[in-house]
Ligand binder design. Structure first.
Ligand code: NAD
Length: 424
């Protein structure tokens, strides 16, 4: 337990939350107690101290982690985050969630996650390069194209991935090994379609959900909270399917137009003005009103804990598609389920990103480049199948889509673990 300073209440840390989720799932699927014990712990957690020469000549020692949760179905896979609040428990929980996410979409990868406690906003590019290379060096013995393939996460991106790829390649024999990491820029082996993958994957799950709920996309109205990478592409792609985007928000505010926005114009406006606030022919509203605006599809694409026990009963939508990680609290989940609102959970709705990371890895191993069309078609196939499997499971287990998706994932990982056995 940790203390939440704002409310002075004890709250579960992310790892305790992940364990509780596993416990609930274990009951539903009658998980073998031995396998439950195995899945409760990461296979390996490495903590590293990272001395870095700063630009002013001083030395700082940063702490980094790499948690490898499970590789029964394939190499560990998961991002690396740079943030002052990174903790080992957070990295462990995120690595477990990656195991479930890869199993839900049925790609042959396991779960990992990394992090460094640092404040990248206060560091220069050269300091970040030295820190990144030092971290890559420190974890180089446990990552690799067939063992553990990291990717970007909060405050890391293509440049950090290129440095890690270069450091690893140089250490291991001085030949390029792009398959050690994904989320790379195209010039060093990145994949076409990676930038929009999360939004595109989400739009496929929305399309499938609306079929199940007998909703015509041409008549659907959509509200998007958060207009960043995931939110913008999600909005653009559901608009392509015929839906009308009637409200959007960012950190500066929220706007509404019941007749619908042009998403391309909104993106252009946001690029020029750094916010969507002030967009022509829109009315300003509050973030709270935005979430409770009547619509067909609500896409939270900003932060965690947005749909809560306090506001869930006022949410008037048919589908919630979670682009963000953890936007709905467990209490709200139950209210939405009771109100017959279909929640496409984060582990399914935003898994387009890791799926295209998998495609990037495949292209690297085969020294191939796929066309954008090929990437998008394969993504569609995987997301459509995964949605169908989770949807069927939520009916057969008589539970919500989130519990059904984790149950499906744990079952798959448990089966692989059982078949491989315990050795030595
Ligand atoms: P981003 O930084 O590009 O965009 C976040 C957006 O949310 C910004 O427009 C910001 O202004 C807005 N925002 C922040 N706080 C807000 C608030 N209180 N109210 C309204 N808007 C607010 O980030 P992103 O990459 O789009 O990620 C968004 C969410 O999606 C995160 O939870 C992330 O973990 C999740 N996600 C993203 C990806 C991806 O590939 N980008 C993949 C999986 C999950």
């Amino acid at each position: 337990m940790t203390i939440d300073n704002k409310n002075n209440q004890s709250v579960d840390n992310p790892y305790q939350m992940a364990l509780k989720q596993l416990e609930q799932t274990a009951k539903i699927i009658n998980l073998d107690p031995g396998i439950h014990k195995i899945l409760s712990k990461p296979k390996r957690v490495l903590t590293v101290s990272l001395p870095v020469k700063m630009d002013d000549g001083s030395v700082e020692v940063f702490t980094g982690f790499r948690s490898q949760h499970n590789d029964a179905r394939g190499p560990f896979k998961g991002g690396i985050r740079y943030h002052p609040q990174v903790t080992v428990e957070e990295v462990m929980a995120l690595s477990m969630w990656m195991t479930w996410k890869c199993a839900i979409v049925g790609i042959p990868l396991g779960g990992g996650k990394g992090g460094i406690i640092c404040d990248p906003k206060k560091m220069s590019k050269t300091e970040l390069e030295r820190l990144t290379r030092r971290y890559a060096y420190a974890i180089s013995d446990i990552i690799g194209p067939y063992t553990d393939i990291p990717a970007p996460d909060v405050y890391t991106g293509g440049q950090e991935m290129a440095w890690i790829m270069d450091t690893y390649s140089t250490l291991k024999g001085n030949y390029g090994e792009p398959g050690v990491i994904t989320g790379k820029p195209i010039a060093v082996g990145g994949s076409l379609g990676r930038n929009e993958a999360t939004g595109r994957g989400l739009s496929f799950t929305v399309r499938e959900a609306s079929k199940r709920k007998n909703i015509s996309m041409n008549e659907a109205t959509v509200v998007v909270q958060g207009f960043g990478n995931a939110g913008q592409f999600a909005a653009q792609l559901v608009e392509e399917q015929g839906a009308k985007i009637i409200a959007v928000s960012d950190t500066q505010g929220a706007i509404i137009n019941k007749n619908g926005f042009s998403v391309n114009e909104l993106i252009k406006f946001k690029k020029e003005n750094k916010t969507i606030k002030g967009f022509p022919s829109s009315t300003e509203t509050s973030n709270e009103e935005l979430l409770t605006t009547e619509c067909t599809i609500l896409i939270p694409a900003a932060l965690e804990n947005q749909i809560t026990g306090e506001n869930a009963s006022r949410i008037r939508t048919k589908i919630v598609a979670e682009a963000a990680n953890g936007p709905t609290t467990p209490e709200a989940d139950q209210i939405l389920y009771d109100n017959d609102i279909l929640v496409i959970p984060d582990v399914l709705a935003n898994s387009g990103g890791v799926t295209v990371s998998y495609f990037e890895w495949l292209q690297n191993l085969r020294r191939e480049y796929w066309t954008e069309r090929e990437v998008n078609d394969r993504l569609d196939e995987i997301m459509t199948r995964a949605f169908g499997e989770v949807y069927d499971a939520h009916i057969s287990y008589n539970t919500n889509m989130r519990t059904a998706s984790i149950a499906l994932a744990v079952k798959r990982v448990a089966e692989a673990t059982q078949l491989r056995g315990i050795w030595p």
